[in-house]
Design a protein around this ligand. Structure first.
Ligand code: ACO
Length: 375
């Protein structure tokens, strides 16, 4: 029998990294040594991209240069453009976006160049292109044009503009910007590990990111934020209905989406931020329903199972209040996590060794071949 502790590679150190770190006992998350409690809500997503991809918090000059690079890369090439109408008619947004992300390599000016310098340029472009892809996908399926990028707005502000069709309030853009920072990296999570495994074969960054998109989509990982919103909106009646809903789900042996975590043994520090944002947006919009349902669910699940909410739980009511369609919640996660994924691919390529774990065979032994007519 395999050692139970290695199931799901729990507690196995699969790589060394200087990008992010988690203290699961204390509920702390660090990006390049900076505590998320310290930088959350204080740095912009653009600064976070610099921190993760380039290793330092940028100076004003470095930030201006990166912002300019990102702004210049906020467009998609003819190959992806041609694919758009084909992928919007069926399937889910994550399926479409997985295909669209893959297609970006075809028009990338550095296609075929596997140097680290080319990786860095492609990484910046991928961060700039991901929100455009999601906005263009949303516009295409609604049969409308996405609004032009506003050079005065951040990546976060422009995304809300493109999805909602009007300039977001300053506070809405700030809150969404902080969400992007909170989701940007998280050590060896499933999608980042996927990206690193692909990169470690010396495959290209677009292949690694396409694989990561596939891993993120699942409901045990990034797909949970969409599942949380579907759960919240399926509960009819007032907040007291939450108790019965949770009881019935647990009795049926089903997991509550947005709860539990492989690494955190206490509250996920990102959930602490997102809970506050959810409350603030409930005040600002005058619609407290999903915030209050979430608060109640958090209490009932903790009392019943001792489980804490993870990053996906309050992200659901926050994104909903920001006017983001529910099936774009996981794509929004990908917009943010692109910064972490690409940083990890670069780090893997900088000091590579093929990732090839062992397995323990549990099938039959001593089998003998027999003629097909005798089987
Ligand atoms: N609801 C109910 N019970 C749960 C939940 C949950 N959300 N999470 C864990 N448990 C229970 C399991 O049933 C199991 O109980 P048992 O030992 O009696 O069988 C125990 O807690 C351990 O759970 P595992 O699934 O083995 O823990 P693991 O570390 O493998 O999984 C995971 C972690 C996948 C996050 C899990 O907690 C889960 O499925 N949560 C719901 C999905 C979710 O929210 N995913 C997003 C995670 S954050 C992110 O990826 C961005």
């Amino acid at each position: 029998m395999a050692d139970k502790s290695s199931r799901g590679l729990a507690d196995i150190v699969a790589a060394t990294t200087s990008i992010s770190d988690i203290d699961g006992e204390e509920g702390r998350l660090f990006y390049r040594g900076y505590d998320i409690q310290d930088i959350g809500g204080r740095i912009s997503f653009e600064e976070c991209v610099h921190l993760l991809q380039r290793g330092t918090l940028p100076t004003r000059q470095e930030l201006d240069a990166l912002t300019e690079e990102l702004m210049a890369a906020q467009h998609i090439g003819p190959t992806t453009e041609a694919l758009l109408p084909h992928v919007t008619s069926g399937g889910t947004p994550m399926e479409a976006l997985r295909t669209l992300v893959s297609s970006l390599s075809a028009d990338d000016p550095d296609v075929g160049d596997s140097s680290i310098e080319a990786d860095r340029r492609k990484a910046t472009r991928l961060v700039a292109q991901m929100p455009i892809l999601v906005a263009r996908y949303e516009a295409a399926r609604q049969g409308r044009q996405a609004p032009q990028i506003d050079p005065e707005l951040s990546i976060a502000g422009n995304f809300l503009l493109q999805i909602g069709g009007e300039r977001p309030s300053e506070r809405a853009a700030e809150i969404f910007d902080a969400c992007l920072v909170l989701h940007a990296d998280h050590t060896m999570n499933a999608s980042t590990f996927t990206a690193r495994v692909i990169a470690a074969t010396l495959s290209d960054i677009h292949s690694a990111i396409t694989g990561a998109m596939g891993a993120l989509r699942g409901p045990l990982h990034g797909g949970a934020n969409e599942a949380v919103m579907n759960t919240l909106s399926s509960i009819e009646g007032d907040v007291d209905a939450v108790d019965e809903f949770v009881r019935a789900e647990l009795e049926a042996g089903r997991k509550l989406m947005g709860f539990g975590h492989r690494v955190y043994k206490t509250e996920d520090p990102r959930a602490t931020f997102l809970r506050k944002m959810s409350e603030e947006l409930a005040e600002l919009t005058g619609n407290r329903r999903y915030y209050e349902f979430s608060r109640r669910m958090e209490q009932v699940v903790f009392d019943a199972k001792g489980l804490y909410p993870n990053v996906d739980f309050y992200a659901a009511s926050v994104y909903h209040a920001l006017g983001i369609p529910t099936d774009l919640f996981t794509p929004v996660f990908a917009i943010s996590r692109m910064s972490g994924w690409t940083a990890h691919v670069i780090e893997q390529h900088e000091d590579n060794r093929l990732i090839r774990p062992a397995s323990e065979y549990t099938g039959p032994t001593d089998q003998r071949w027999v003629e097909i007519s005798e089987r």
